[in-house]
Each structure stands twice: as structure tokens, then as C-alpha cells.
Design a protein around this ligand. Sequence first.
Ligand code: AMP
Ligand code: MG
Length: 418
Amino acid sequence: MHAEIIAVGSELLTSSRIDTNSLFVTERLNELGIDVRAKAVVGDDSNDLAALFRQALDRADLVILTGGLGPTDDDVTRDVVASVLGLPMTENPEVVDRLRRRFESRKLKMPEINRRQAMVPEGAIVLDNPNGTAPGLLIVAGTRRVLLLPGPPRELKPMFERVLSEHLAPHAGSRRFYRRVLRITGRSESHVEQAAQPSYQVWRERRLPIDTTILAAFGQIELHLRVSADSRADADAILDAAARDLHLAIGPDIYSDDGRLLEQVVGDLLVAHKLSIALAESCTGGLLASRLTDVPGSSRYVERGIVAYSNRAKIELLGVDEHLIREHGAVSEPVARAMAEGIRQRAGADIGVAITGIAGPDGGSDAKPVGTVMIATAGVGEPAVRTFRFFGDREQVKFQASQAALDMVRRRLVDYHG
Ligand code: AMP
Ligand code: MG
């Protein structure tokens, strides 16, 4: 079954409100194995909506329209759908009654304009709306299904859950979508894509039902694999083999294929090796410590984290030699190294990690432009220090620096046999 979604509402075309209904609907449909092939946002205009609706009917088995079911003149969805499908509408006395009672329960008289919401196209199933006045409608037209849902998310969600289980799930078949997300650091999107392409080729030749999507974010690439299968076991067999192919092609740059974030992967490695970690952060201002301590149970391995922002803090709290700062600058490999060793010793931790850099937008120079970040680790093997050049704004530089620091620790622990 293929679905299309049309979100109706002029406000959704402006920045004042974003269409979230289609995201919710898509997610729930995908869980049932129903693919959403296209979606659109359209203003409260009968002609525009009619044109889009006709197109969607041509392509999809299920067309879902959200919004525009209110009582006012700008709510056109019901009328447009009935007229495109050529269905006469009549007032449904039960719905009028329900609406009237809803108003009476609040000691109000029902405004006449609300009678519009009781107009039902011939043959349509009326979907009760416990959270609002606009009832939903389900119309079965030949092999096509058309579903009209109210715009407010708190009305749409419970109504859609019921339609799913009562009317859509029985027709969806046993096929479902199953996903696997591989998270990758240390490579660009195109390098990941290039390394993955030969595997995709093999899957295509073997006609494996795998869809792939690559998502690039700062400091991380995600490969999303999706298969349609009759059972979790069938899906896992395909996804396990696919993940193995990608592990062979991409290697240890893949840090997780089971949904874990980088801070969780690092935490799990620290627990497995019974190691503790201490952090000395300058330009990230505690972000690394924050991310590591977002993980429940991190008290088992996070010993402490210090934000040593000023030179004086680096000297006083980490024991960095002030001559080192004077000679090389606070953003330098020797200072990063001294910070990592300083925090490791003072904390009595197994691993010390230090970050010092220029997050911008000011403070860059030709030699050390904005985005220059030095990251050092000490303990568990040879001390290491690396210089990175990140792009983006201040927040993005900080995030990438924390990501790179976590990744340096991860790689160190993956290779560690202590
Ligand atoms: P309507 O059913 O068109 O009267 O919509 C009522 C209200 O629901 C709108 O003012 C929005 O606040 C909200 N709404 C409508 N469509 C959406 C949508 N696609 N996503 C999120 N909120 C929506
Ligand atoms: Mg509206």
C-alpha cells in the first residue's frame, strides 16, 4: 500500500507553524509497512487543494488529508474531497447531535456554522473526535482510501491511532519496514557513500529489498538501512548481512549499528575495560562532560571534568606550565597535551582528555583560523594529540570538537588490550 499526505492550512506555508502531522502519520504508517511516497502542504484554497488531491488519487492507494475540517469558511477540505470524488454530502443527524451535546456540556449553544462539520459525503465512515468538534472521515472509493483528519495534533493523533488499528492494519498485509542505523565518524559523506556503493551494487544484484539513505550532520554520518519483510527474524537476517558488508567496507569508522550514540559507545568501552576518565575543556565549555554524563550510569567512569577557560585556570587547575602558554599560545598542541596529562594526574584517572581551540566567530588568525581545535589524550597507551579544523558556527565547532574527542577515546579503547 502506498500513501500520500496533504497537509491543508495556509499557516503551514508560513514560518508561523510547521506541519508536524505528516511526520507523525508517516512514522505510524511506516511501522505498518505502508510507504509514504509524497507529501504536500497547501493553503486553504479549494482549487489548489483539488488539483493536489486529484494528483495524489492518481498515484496512491491511501490519501491522507489533515486540517481544514473546521466550521469556518476557510476550512475547505471536506467540500473539496466530496466534489472531486463526486460524492453528494448530507447532514448527519447523529453528528449534529454529538456536536450540540459537546457545546451543551460546556453550557454553550452550538453556533449554526458548526453544522458544516456534520456534513458527511455519501458512504463515508465518520470518525469520532473526543478531543474536538471536527469529526474525521474515511472514504473507501474503489481500491482507494481517503482519510480526512483534523489539524490539531492532539485531535489527530488519537483518531489516527484508532483508524490505523481498526481500518488500515487489516489491509496492510504482514510486510513491515525494519530499520538499522549505522553511525560513522571520521569520514565525509561522499567518502562514506563511495565506500558503501559496492555493497549497494551487490544488494541490487541479489535483489535484496534494502533501501538506503545517507544523512550527514556535523561530526557524524548516518547510514539508514530499511528493509521490508514479513517478520523481524527475516528482516534481521538481511540487515545483519548488510551491516556486515558495510563493516567490511568502512571498518572501525562505524562506531555503532545498534542505535547507540558515541557517548554511550565510549561509556560502554570504559566499563568493559574498567577505566575511568577525566576531562579538561577549554573551548567546549563542558560540553564533553555534559555529553558523557548524559548517559545513565556514567558515574562508574567519569571521574571529573574541569572547564579551564582562562590561561590562569589552565595553570592553576591543571598545572600547565605558563611558559608553554607564552611560547605556543593556549591553543596549541603542547598546551593540549599538558592539559590532558594534568587532568589525568590530578584526578587520578586512567584517561585524561583535553580540548583547546577557537570556536569563533572572533579570535582566529592566519595560522590558527576559527575552528582550529587541538585535542589530546593521556593514559592507556601513548599520549596523543591532534589538530582539527572544523567548519560552522560556534555551536557547531563546539559539537564537532566534543565528537572528535569522544572518537579519539573510542579508537584508543577499541585498540586497547589492557
Ligand atoms: P484546522 O483543522 O485546519 O482548523 O487546523 C487547526 C489547527 O491545527 C491549526 O491552526 C494548527 O494550529 C493545527 N494544525 C493544522 N495542520 C497542522 C499540521 N499539519 N501540523 C501541525 N499542526 C497543524
Ligand atoms: Mg486550517
